[in-house]
Design a protein around this ligand. Sequence first.
Ligand code: ATP
Ligand code: MG
Length: 249
Amino acid sequence: MHVPPSHPRYHSLITREKLADAFRKGLVVPEGLIAHGRGECFDYILGEKSRDFALEAERVAVAMMILADHPVISVNGNAAGLVAEEICMLSKSLSIPLEVNIFHRSEERIRRIAEELAKYGVTVYSRGDAVIEGLESARRIVDSRGIFKADVVLVPLEDGDRCEILKKSGKKVIAIDLNPLSRTSQMADVTIVDNIVRAIPNMVDFAGEMKGMDRGELERIVGDYDNREILKRAVKSIIEYLEWRSGDM
Ligand code: ATP
Ligand code: MG
C-alpha cells in the first residue's frame, strides 16, 4: 500500500506497514500485531512524541549500559520488525551484543530474526543453552553468553512476568513500554515510556554523545535517577493531554 506523506497519520501507518511486512516475512507473530495496537493507543494519548520523561530515561539507560560489565539488548519479533537497523547501530556504537528472545518461541522464527540482525554485522546470540529459573514462558530460555550472565538488560517490549524474574535474578532492567501502567513498566529499573521507533534512534544519538564521558559523570547521571518520578510524570502527562483535548470538544 502506498501511504502519501501528507496523510495526517503517516508515521503511524508506515509503522503498521513495516510490522505487517515483518509478519509476512515470518519475524512477527499475529499476537505481536495486537500488542502493537495496545502500544499505539498509549502513544495516541501521549501525543505521539518523545516527551521529556522519555528522553530523560533514554539518557539514563544509555549511561547504565555504558557502565555495565555485561550489558545485552534483548530483541523480539516486533523490535526486529520495526527497528532492526537502529538497534544494530546502538549495539555497534556501544559494543553491546544482541540476543534474540521471543515469547512465542520457534526455532525457525529465532533463525529469521537472527539473520535479519546479522545483516548489519553485529554480534547476535541465539543459542538458547541456559534457563532463567522461575519462569514458565519460552522467554526463560536464554543464551549463556548473553541474558544469562548479563548485569544490565535492555528489553524493548517486555512481558511483565519475565521482567519480574530478570529483576529477581539480580539484573538491572531497562524497558521500553508505552504503557506506564503495565507490570513491566512498574517493575523495571528504568522505564522508557516512548514508542520504540523513536526511543531507539534517540538512544543512538545519546550513545554518540555519551560514550566519551568519564565514569564519574555517568555514575552521577544514573545515581540521580528516580524511576517512580518518571512514571508519575508519564501518567500525569496523559491526564493533561486528555484534559487539553477535552477543551476542544
Ligand atoms: P505486562 O505484561 O507488562 O503487564 P501487557 O501484558 O499489558 O504488559 P504485553 O503484551 O506483555 O502487554 O507487552 C506489550 C507491551 O508493549 C504493551 O504494554 C504495549 O503498550 C507495549 N508496546 C507495544 N508496541 C510498542 C511500541 N511500538 N513501542 C513501545 N511500546 C510498545
Ligand atoms: Mg504481558
